[in-house]
Design a binder for this molecule. Structure first.
Ligand code: ACO
Length: 268
C-alpha cells in the first residue's frame, strides 16, 4: 500500500508531502499516525535543517477525512473518536514546537482541519492558485480542531468571522493579504521561492532558530514583564547548548570584520 506520507531529504531540506492525492490529501487516521512517525524520524537528523510540508497532486490538504476520520471513527464510539483526535492534534502540536524551522508550501486546496498543520508551520507560502476555506459550516459543524483559534490568531476579527460563517474560499493572493500565509507566488514559482527561504534559514545558527521560533509563539500570550523574563531565560538556556555560537558571531563582526549582523548571518 502506498504510504499516506511521502518524504525525501535533499540539500538539508526535508520535503514532507501529504500523499493521498486521489483523496485530495484529506487526513485519515492512518495518515495522522504515519505523519507522527515521519516527524519523529526527521526531527534530529543532522542532515535536516528545515522541514517543508506540501501535498502531492492538486491539493495541500482537503482537511479531515469525512468518511474515515469522522463517520467511521465516530461509529466506533467516544474512545475511538478521542484516539483519532489525539493522533491528529498530536502531530500538529509536535510540528508547532518542532526542533527545526518548518514551512508550509501550500500548493492547492487547503480546507478545515488543514488549518491545524498550516498554523503549526512557522512560515507559510502559497500558490496564488491555491484555495483556502473553512468549509465546516458547509456541512454543519463549527471549525474545530483548533481551526477557529487559527483564524482568530492570524486574521482580523471581521475577516475571521466572515471566513468561518460563510465558508467562502479565498485564493492564495487573498490568503497573503489576510496574513493567513506569508506570501503567495504563482504555482510555477512556489518551490523555488520556498527553497530560497529554506536556504536563508539553513544559513542561520540552528540553536538560535529554535529559541527564536519558540519565543515568537510563547510571548504572544504573556505580559511584557513575563515576556522579558522568559526571553532572558530562553537566551541563557540557548547559551548552555551553544555557548560558542554567539561568541563567534560577535568575533566575526567586531574582531575579524568579515560580516555585518544587520546585513546577514555569520559564517557557521
Ligand atoms: N474527506 C473524505 N473524502 C474526501 C475529502 C474529505 N475531506 N476530500 C476529498 N475527498 C475524496 C472525494 O470523496 C473523492 O473520493 P472518490 O474518488 O472515492 O469519490 C476524492 O477525494 C476526490 O475528490 P473530488 O471531490 O472528486 O475532487 P475535486 O478535485 O473535484 O474537488 C475538493 C476537490 C474541492 C477539495 C473536494 O474534494 C472537497 O470539497 N473536499 C472536501 C473539503 C472539505 O470540506 N474538507 C473538510 C473540511 S472540515 C474539517 O476538516 C474538520
Amino acid at each position: 500500500m502506498t504510504s499516506p506520507v511521502a518524504f525525501d531529504v535533499e540539500n538539508n531540506i526535508a520535503w514532507v508531502r501529504f500523499n493521498r492525492p486521489e483523496k485530495r490529501n484529506c487526513m485519515n487516521p492512518a495518515l495522522n499516525r504515519r505523519m507522527m512517525e515521519v516527524l519523529d524520524e526527521l526531527e534530529y537528523r543532522d542532515d535536516v535543517r528545515v522541514l517543508v510540508l506540501s501535498g502531492e497532486g492538486t491539493s495541500w490538504s482537503a482537511g479531515m477525512d469525512l468518511k474515515e476520520y469522522f463517520r467511521e471513527t465516530e461509529a466506533k464510539g467516544i474512545a475511538a473518536t478521542r484516539a483519532a483526535q489525539r493522533d491528529a492534534y498530536g502531530w500538529w502540536r509536535r510540528l508547532r514546537w518542532y526542533q527545526k524551522p518548518t514551512i508550509a508550501m501550500v500548493n492547492g486546496w487547503c480546507f478545515g482541519g488543514g488549518y491545524g498543520p498550516l498554523f503549526a508551520c512557522d512560515l507559510a507560502f502559497a500558490a496564488e492558485e491555491a484555495q483556502f476555506g473553512l468549509s465546516e459550516i458547509n456541512w454543519g459543524i463549527l471549525p474545530g480542531g483548533g481551526a477557529t483559534k487559527v483564524v482568530v490568531d492570524l486574521l482580523t476579527m471581521r475577516d475571521a468571522m466572515y471566513h468561518a460563517l460563510t465558508g467562502e474560499m479565498i485564493d492564495g493572493k487573498k490568503a497573503a493579504a489576510w496574513k493567513l500565509v506569508n506570501e503567495a507566488v504563482p504555482l510555477a514559482d512556489l518551490k523555488d521561492r520556498v527553497t530560497a527561504v529554506a536556504n536563508l534559514l539553513i544559513a542561520k545558527n540552528p540553536v538560535a532558530l529554535k529559541a527564536t521560533k519558540d519565543a515568537v509563539r510563547r510571548v504572544g500570550e504573556m505580559t511584557y514583564d513575563n515576556a522579558e523574563d522568559y526571553l532572558v531565560r530562553a537566551q541563557e538556556a540557548a547559551n548552555s547548548y551553544d555557548n560558542e555560537g554567539r561568541k563567534e558571531g560577535i568575533r566575526q563582526f567586531i574582531d575579524a570584520k568579515t560580516y555585518k549582523p544587520g546585513l546577514g548571518a555569520y559564517d557557521l
